[in-house]
Design a protein around this ligand. Structure first.
Ligand SMILES: [Zn+2]
Length: 136
């Protein structure tokens, strides 16, 4: 799953970071869709890792998703030590699987697989942007 590698730094290293951040600033969470084989990628990719096509487009991930699984993180990667503990979640949006953090406003004992969540941009210190899941 790669949960332990999640973070703004490692996340953006493998993607077209500036475009993704531009969309975040507009309040949109986007992945990419391959126009050749139709597969959807999140995090977004510059080309399709399935069929190698470079014909990809940005698609917005919105609406209501379903929590598939989650894990509590007690030990954070370098740069995120101050954030623990937090909950990382995998959420399905119409077949697009998005991983990220649950909002800290969500009590841990209320988190249940199958619950409805939405994804929304979140501003971090030092002008960084990320996103988090909130109850839908
Ligand atoms: Zn493809």
């Amino acid at each position: 799953m790669g949960f332990e590698k999640f973070g703004v730094v490692s996340f953006t290293a493998q993607t077209r970071a500036s475009d993704f951040i531009d969309y975040l600033e507009k309040g949109e969470i986007r992945g990419t869709k391959c126009n050749l084989c139709g597969r959807v990628f999140f995090p977004p990719r510059a080309d399709c890792s399935w069929c190698m096509s470079k014909d990809v487009e940005w698609i917005e991930i919105k609406g209501q998703g379903t929590l598939i699984s989650f894990t509590k993180v007690n030990y954070a990667p370098t740069g995120f030590e101050g954030d623990v503990p937090y909950i990382l979640a995998l959420v399905d949006f119409d077949g697009i699987k998005v991983f990220g953090r649950l909002s800290k406003d969500l009590p841990e004992d209320s988190v249940k697989v199958g619950m409805a969540l939405k994804v929304t941009p979140l501003a971090l210190p030092e002008d960084k942007l990320t996103y988090e899941f909130l109850p839908a």
